[in-house]
Design a binder for this molecule. Structure first.
Ligand code: CO
Length: 301
């Protein structure tokens, strides 16, 4: 077994999305090759409804999958296939846009006005970009949660881990999406097969993601604030950790413990043509999507 080194650590950046939702973008747009098959991840977390109330009104998607994981508050959704529903704390929605959908996603706070969720975009391989659109709504109770002897807890949202399979299925890039909690001071190794690309995103507490016995890491710039951090130092809330090659990661939780998403998948290594919520392989396919939107023929099936 070889431990994956930390390639890069960065804080998610404040961004405005939708009709004026204040969120933090962990990565997305520009060069996303380190994350392939994933394209983007947003952390939308607010203590005040004014941060998120404007929501994400009607917009199209084509060529990708969007995965929404709600931790606090709710997200009302509605789409061109006639689906309508609400995601609450712990629920997941895995939306395969395929050939095209129009949808809206409207966050609402919990009784204290708080909202927290993540949206991850997974790319579809060229052969599935125009597949039939599909929604998988997964209530929290259907997500396997496994606690190991040492108190480490993993929720398996998608993929297989520790002998359990997540409830989302039929997805192309073999995504594995885990919500991992490690108690204070505990150290844990977690398997991430070497064919996968992997990243972690810390959203509670802090942890180091490298073995203290390893040689010193390289100084890297934490992009959001210009501060230099040593990649083997503990990282805290809103840190994105990009892993290099290997077949497991190591995490050493800090004094408050740590909770993070651990996401990995099989890279597609295909050309990317990207226009907002539409991600295809060629510019011609993007132009076609624009023509379809103007002509009212975007929704194919
Ligand atoms: Co959307």
């Amino acid at each position: 077994m070889s431990i994956r080194p930390v390639k890069r650590v960065a804080l998610s950046r404040p961004t405005m999305e939708g009709a004026g939702v204040r969120l933090r973008r962990a990565f997305g747009f520009g060069d996303t090759s380190d994350f392939d098959p994933f394209l983007m991840m947003d952390d939308f977390r607010g203590d005040s409804p004014s941060d998120y109330r404007a929501g994400f009104p009607w917009h199209p998607h084509r060529g990708i999958e969007t995965i929404t994981y709600v931790l606090a508050g709710t997200v009302e959704h509605q789409d061109s296939l006639g689906n309508k529903g609400q995601l609450g704390a712990g629920d997941v929605q895995w939306m395969t846009a395929g050939s095209g959908i129009l949808h809206q996603e409207m966050p609402a706070g919990d009784p204290k006005g708080r909202m927290h969720g993540f949206q991850l975009w997974a790319n579809l391989p060229s052969r599935l970009k125009m597949t039939k659109p599909r929604y998988q709504d997964v209530p929290s109770k259907e997500i396997p949660e496994i606690t190991d002897d040492d108190g480490v807890t993993v929720r398996v949202i998608c993929g297989e881990f520790w002998g359990k399979s997540g409830p989302v299925d039929g997805v192309a890039a073999e995504p594995r999406y885990l919500d991992v909690s490690v108690p204070a001071g505990k150290k844990k190794r977690l398997k991430v097969e070497d064919y996968r690309q992997a990243f972690a995103y810390v959203f509670e507490g802090s942890a180091a993601f490298a073995d203290a016995s390893e040689p010193f890491g390289v100084l890297r710039e934490a992009e959001a604030n210009g501060q230099e951090v040593l990649v083997r130092d503990p990282v805290g809330n809103r840190s994105l950790v990009v892993f290099g090659a290997g077949d497991e990661i190591v995490v050493q939780a800090g004094e408050q413990g740590v909770r993070f998403l651990l996401v990995s998948g099989r890279p597609l290594r295909e050309p990317i043509a990207w226009h907002g919520p539409i991600v295809m392989n060629t510019d011609a396919e993007i132009s076609q999507a624009m023509v379809d939107l103007r002509a009212g023929t975007f929704i194919r099936q």
